[in-house]
Design a binder for this molecule. Structure first.
Ligand code: GAP
Length: 452
């Protein structure tokens, strides 16, 4: 493991590359920014979509037991009362008594070198007093209090208690509220899952570490409905499936760690949680979570909405409210892990090179096509032909004729393009091109008819 400074240097290098090369920009940058928000540039949005499409294919399209949905972000306020989010979706907040800046108490405790996981508000308070923990500006802190992380808004023209709604803090509730709809339309066999991808919003007290902790982010969630008697077996199956997912992202197995979350640290709805952590440059942190949510949510809906959430086992009179295993994946954290694992520095012909060793199926540009010289019309015309063939076939193909060939290779390496295709004078004779491979920098001749 590298030391903290090196890790931060690597993080800074990734953040800088992401901005410079059109992956990720700070949100509202031209107006001085908006903390905790990020915008995706042309390469970032493609990388993000490649990750989301891979997930959708793996967990929805390739399976018989999975149903996709896309629910509204705004939901009836009763959803968030019943789910417990109005009362308990909080973080511990402290205020700098001089500057009035607000911080997450557990973050300050951790930054001061003490363990904070699982501590109650009272315990955090005591620790801050006992260890004389100060704000980052060195000032005294207020008492710890709770802060609800949901963004509150009003739906419709009247600003009163009845019109209150929230930007969803998790996509899961849109799944639970549609469980009965899908059951009635498709009557699936148990176990079955509902999957959704979409935005979630949390008014994080201190968003930090690039896109790792932001206020607007995307989740990919599955609620997998099961017979409660089978929960342990199903949970183990999901642990294995999560590892298949991190493999598909190209993350090294040794950088993924399972953390069995203790009861005091689990969300209010969970009877078992395993966090999957990744060795990010900022340290080992949560990549995604797997929780056994029991019948907590369907039970709440039955009670609060008065609707029957029971499942009837086909051909029998056996009825029960299914239990739920929930794998919850954060898109941004997956993307940050992919970028961190891919970021590589080496030396080529005595010169330092930076490149992204992205898996080919995730790379935002799969092929870059160039004419060897851009002032030779016959080379340009042939290269355009090759470009059109590859573009039709793969979509994520870039035309690149800027600078000399060496500079093009460096530029494409930096954005993780696995293959550069170059059309030269020989191509006009033999209808073959040079393909240069990113990781090895090896070059070989390939007939145009065999490309891809
Ligand atoms: N439905 C369960 C749920 O939302 P969670 O552990 O609060 O569980 C799931 O969130 C995942 O969402 C996390 O593992 C992480 O990948 C992502 N996530 C949560 N908060 C985030 C934030 N502020 N910024 C980016 N990603 C976040």
């Amino acid at each position: 493991m590298t030391d903290k400074n090196t890790r931060n240097e690597k993080m800074e290098a990734i953040v800088s590359l992401a901005k410079r090369r059109g992956f990720i920009y700070p949100g509202s940058d031209v107006y001085g920014g908006l903390s905790g928000t990020w915008d995706y540039g042309p390469l970032g949005v493609t990388l993000k979509r490649n990750i989301m499409q891979l997930w959708w294919k793996m967990f929805v399209q390739d399976r018989e037991d999975m149903y996709g949905i896309d629910a509204a972000i705004l939901m009836n306020q009763k959803v968030w009362k019943a789910s417990g989010h109005v009362d308990t979706f909080t973080d511990p907040l402290v205020e700098d008594l001089e500057t009035h800046m607000r911080y997450r108490a557990d973050h300050l405790v951790k930054d001061a070198g003490f363990a904070a996981d699982g501590l109650t508000m009272g315990e955090l308070n005591e620790l801050i007093i006992e260890k004389e923990i100060k704000s980052p500006d060195g000032n005294d802190l207020s008492d710890v209090r709770t802060f609800n992380m949901m963004f509150k808004t009003n739906v419709g023209p009247v600003d009163d208690e009845l019109s209150v709604s929230y930007l969803r803090p998790e996509t899961a509730q849109g799944i639970f509220t549609n469980y009965k709809n899908v059951l009635d339309s498709f009557y699936p066999d148990l176990p079955f899952g509902l999957a959704q991808q979409g935005k979630a919003f949390r008014n994080e007290i201190s968003p930090r570490d690039f896109i790792f902790r932001s206020r607007e982010f995307e989740q990919m969630e599955i609620e997998y409905f099961i017979d409660p008697a089978t929960w342990e077996v199903e949970f183990e199956k999901w642990i294995a499936l999560v590892h298949d997912w991190t493999d598909a992202l190209g993350l090294p197995a040794e950088s993924i760690h399972e953390l069995e979350v203790e009861e005091a640290d689990r969300a209010h709805y969970s009877k078992r949680t395993v966090d999957f952590e990744f060795d990010f440059p900022i340290g080992r942190e949560e990549l995604l979570g797997l929780a056994y949510r029991t019948d907590f949510d369907l039970g709440n809906i039955s009670r609060e909405a008065g609707k029957n959430m029971e499942y009837t086992v086909k051909g029998t009179n056996t009825k029960f409210v299914p239990h739920v295993i929930e794998p919850s994946f954060g898109v941004e954290r997956a993307l940050m892990a992919v970028l961190s694992a891919a970021y590589t520095e080496d030396e080529v012909n005595g010169e330092k090179r930076t490149y992204l060793k992205l898996p080919t199926h995730l790379a935002p540009v799969q092929y870059a096509v160039s004419p060897l010289l851009k002032n030779k019309p016959e080379l340009v015309a042939k290269a355009r032909e090759v470009y059109t063939i590859l573009k039709k076939k793969y979509g994520n193909v870039m035309w690149d004729d800027n600078g000399n060939i060496g500079k093009r290779y460096r530029r494409q390496d930096e954005i993780g393009t696995p293959y550069c295709v170059v059309v030269d004078f020989e191509t006009l004779e033999d209808n073959a091109v040079t393909i240069r491979e990113r990781d090895t920098t090896d070059q070989k001749r390939v007939a145009i008819s065999e490309l891809g």
